[in-house]
Design a protein around this ligand. Structure first.
Ligand code: HPA
Length: 274
């Protein structure tokens, strides 16, 4: 179903009323391992998703469901602690709903992170990847249905989803921190099952460096609404079939946990420069 613009406005007006004059500039959607950054926001105003009219509540394990607004890395942020995934049963419109709301609240930039499977055999699990582009060939667009011109045009350009100037900032931050930052293409898979080895090989042939179950719907909606986008993957595991071992969410979470400190440093350094 398509939501009317009035729903987005009602959600945004509620958040704005709770923020008492604070206007966030950067919307952050944090994937596995990094949700805790929301707890480090200074002068936080935390709003449970359930309080916000028309908001969906995320159910994935390890994903709290609240919006934390305040200062992080010297920037005014709105951190989504917990995101919605299509595999939870949400439509793509639901998955990306909050992005449009945060645009109305005042955010001009989306910073998004995820855990992803690595399909580039020259890289290793534990590496960080800057998203330079994405592939979304599965299922509908989050923009399917009536266009809402208040956000953007019917046929939005997607030639630079991940804002080049923000990619430069990420490269600079990684260099300063002495971190290796891979760069590549994230291919969206709907999940919740991990890919088959044949799907991983197919993704590689199509030009992907990583595969994952999030981020892309949010990025598409952000670009449609004229926001800048910066995206990172933690390559938590090699894609299915690359190593002769089964994949599990435990492996993903363990890697996310063990790499969260440098990942957080990278994100905070980028924030400072945004
Ligand atoms: N595939 C899809 N999503 C993922 C993976 C993967 O291998 N690892 C973490 N998220």
């Amino acid at each position: 179903m398509s939501y009317p613009f009035s729903h987005y406005e009602e959600s945004a007006n509620y958040i704005t009323s709770r923020l008492r004059g604070f206007v966030p500039e950067i919307a952050m959607v944090l994937g596995s391992g990094l949700g805790y950054l929301g707890d480090t926001v200074e002068d936080p105003i935390a709003i449970p998703y359930g309080d916000i009219p028309h908001f969906q509540v995320s159910t994935a394990p390890g994903h709290a469901g609240r919006l934390v607004c305040g200062t992080l890395g010297g920037k005014k942020v709105a951190v989504m602690q917990g995101r919605m995934h299509h595999y939870e049963g949400y439509s793509f419109e639901d998955v990306s709903y909050a992005i449009r709301v945060l645009k109305l609240v005042g955010c001009t930039t989306l910073l998004v992170t995820n855990a992803a499977g690595c399909v580039n055999r020259d890289w290793a699990a534990g590496d960080f990847m800057l998203l330079t582009d994405h592939i979304k060939i599965f299922l509908d667009s989050p923009l399917r249905g009536e266009n809402l011109p208040q956000f953007g045009t019917r046929f939005p350009d997607m030639s630079k989803v991940y804002t080049p100037a923000l990619q430069d900032i990420a490269r600079e931050s990684a260099k300063e921190l002495g971190l290796t930052l891979r760069e590549g293409v994230y291919c969206y898979f709907p999940g919740p099952q991990f890919e088959t080895p044949a799907e991983v090989r197919a993704a590689r042939i199509l030009g992907a460096d990583a595969v994952g179950m999030s981020t892309v719907p949010e990025a598409i909606v952000a670009v449609h609404a004229g926001m800048n986008v910066l995206g990172f993957s933690l390559l938590s595991n090699m894609g299915a079939g690359i190593l002769d071992q089964p994949l599990s969410s435990e492996e993903v979470n363990e890697m996310a946990e063990s790499r969260k400190e440098p990942f957080a440093k990278l994100i905070l350094s980028c924030l400072e420069k945004l």
